[in-house]
Design a binder for this molecule. Structure first.
Ligand code: ADP
Ligand code: MG
Length: 234
């Protein structure tokens, strides 16, 4: 699904170059749910921008769903991003005076798809918001806003969902709900990569990667994963 080989990212600075990612090798297979953790400034967002085709690496190869995206033009990269990747952000990134349906259908509008209503409604039902289709973001709780954002991320059936601190702005109860939703989507086949500072969040994942100073310093399978069993008994 995702294969990074020797990825580096450097930025030009007044006094030379600063290198943020130093030769990242990473493989994420279909159906994995990966937490990326690490101190602030370790390069998590820089890595996520590359994974999301929002930024290109300085060196190395990135195969996404079989395509070497480091060889694509800007236009082709934008197309790959629209078709293969669903994004979820800490700050939801919803359009304020626009209802849940309109927010969720946007990626379909960008892809020029005319028949959108049934698919959009289905995506909102999938995240448990079937009764909030016409609500504005201001009429929804934080957890509900993030559900709208997740429905939007799902609408094009992406190969992978990337989430940058998706629970960073949520209370404990909403965090649990959102992580249970990601766990359900993962059980249904979605490949998910989540950046997080919280152990509570990483515990829902199948694998935990530690980033430090732009290098992978740890990569563990999570054996006592949270989510399923706990939810059934609750
Ligand atoms: P994290 O998300 O782990 O907190 P980031 O990936 O945002 O870390 O940033 C890692 C380092 O890269 C930081 O020191 C940051 O200042 C630097 N950095 C990020 N983007 C740029 C850029 N466009 N130009 C120069 N330095 C950058
Ligand atoms: Mg960051």
């Amino acid at each position: 699904m995702i294969r990074l080989e020797g990825i580096t990212r450097s930025f030009p600075m007044a006094d030379g170059q600063v290198t943020i990612l130093h030769g990242i090798d990473l493989h994420v297979g279909p159906g994995e749910m990966v937490a990326i953790m690490g101190p602030s400034g370790s390069g998590k967002s820089t890595l996520m921008n590359i994974l999301g085709c929002l930024d290109a690496p300085s060196e190395g190869r990135y195969l996404l769903d079989g395509t070497d995206v480091t060889k694509l033009s800007k236009r082709q990269l934008a197309k790959a991003r629209g078709q293969k990747i669903g994004f979820v952000f800490q700050s939801f990134n919803l359009i304020p005076r626009t209802n849940a349906m309109r927010n969720v259908e946007l990626p379909l509008v960008y892809n020029g798809i005319r028949r959108r209503t049934a698919k959009t409604r289905e995506a909102l039902e999938r995240v448990g918001l079937g009764s909030r289709l016409k609500h504005l973001p201001s009429e929804l709780s934080g957890g509900q806003k993030q559900r709208v954002a997740i429905a939007r991320a799902l609408i094009n059936d992406p190969a992978i969902i990337l989430a940058d601190e998706p629970t960073g702005a949520l209370d404990a109860k909403s965090t649990k709900e959102i992580m249970e939703l990601f766990t359900e989507l993962n059980a249904a086949g979605a490949t998910i990569v989540i950046i997080t500072h919280e152990d509570d969040v990483a515990e829902y994942c199948t694998r935990r990667i530690w980033l430090r100073d732009g290098q992978i310093r740890g990569d563990d399978k999570i054996t006592d994963r949270r989510g399923g069993a706990e939810r059934i008994s609750a």
